[in-house]
Design a protein around this ligand. Structure first.
Ligand code: KIV
Length: 272
């Protein structure tokens, strides 16, 4: 009988159990092929609604429809075998009521086979987080800078720069923890506040432009690869993929124009 190792996919409780343990590694992913590559190195992949800006050229994440999240979510669950796949709930698909959130989150989970969903908002979403978690839907929360509220914030601004803002953000972190979220993304939260929240709550904090002391980190994959035309200040580019793509395309165009288009010898030999 042949023997092969079946690699178990990580679950929301596995991520939850990583509080105060080895840092959690995560990235966004929107496609099967990048998911397959990243899968070897990350604990979870987030199908973020940032795909609206990164892949589809929208100015904000607000226009992203649920169906688009489902389509990209399916691609990522097909590509990744080991990482937990978390799918973002887009703007307008969950804020109205816990019932609306359950209906749409259940659709996302059924159709993508992801292991969890993410929603933006702290205290104001606590009732929804509790409702979903108690009904079989693991929820990753997202507080600090929540891009779906960009029109309320008036821009992509760091949160907690002024100490007067701290209490509200701390209350958000406590509320999502008590409501049953298995982890919480802290986006663009001032470093000392992110470090304080990480010590304060007993679920993992996942930082993006927050603090190195968070329990894990996430970046938009295209940003860290050097593929995005503009990146937030806090992003370290680990590659120059944009430049590599341009160089390859320029060289292809050159080959075509000079009729040097290379085909391996005998590719299309005609037999008499
Ligand atoms: O949509 C997204 O990519 C996100 C991450 C930036 C956390 O929410």
């Amino acid at each position: 009988m042949s023997q092969h190792t079946v690699q178990k996919r990580l679950t929301a409780p596995d991520i939850r159990a990583r509080k105060n343990m080895a840092p959690i590694v995560s990235l966004t992913s929107y496609h099967a092929h990048t998911a397959a590559i990243a899968d070897k190195y990350v604990d979870f992949l987030l199908v973020g609604d940032s795909l609206g800006m990164v892949m589809h050229g929208f100015e904000t994440t607000l226009p992203v429809p649920l169906e688009l999240m489902i389509m990209h979510g399916r691609a990522v669950t097909r590509g990744a075998r080991h990482a937990l796949v978390v799918v973002d709930m887009p703007f307008g698909s969950y804020e109205e009521s816990p019932a609306q959130a359950f209906r749409n989150a259940a659709k996302v989970m059924k159709e993508t086979e992801c292991g969890a969903i993410k929603i933006e908002g702290g205290l104001r979403m606590a009732e929804t987080i509790k409702f979903l978690s108690e009904r079989g839907i693991p929820v990753m929360a997202h507080i600090g800078l929540t891009p779906q509220s960009i029109n309320v914030f008036g821009g992509f601004k760091t949160q907690g720069r002024e100490r007067a803002q701290w209490a509200a953000i701390e209350a958000d972190a406590v509320a999502v923890t008590e409501a049953g979220a298995f982890a919480v993304v802290l986006e663009a939260v001032a470093e000392p506040l992110a470090a304080k929240i990480t010590k304060m709550i007993d679920i993992p904090t996942i930082g993006i432009g927050a603090s190195a002391s968070c329990d894990g980190q996430i970046l938009v994959m295209e940003d860290m690869l050097g593929l995005s035309p503009r990146v937030p200040k806090f992003v370290k580019e680990f590659g120059e993929v944009g430049k590599a793509i341009e160089k390859a395309i320029a060289s292809y165009a050159d080959d075509v124009r000079t009729r040097a288009f290379p085909l391996p010898e005998n590719t299309y030999d005609v037999k008499d």
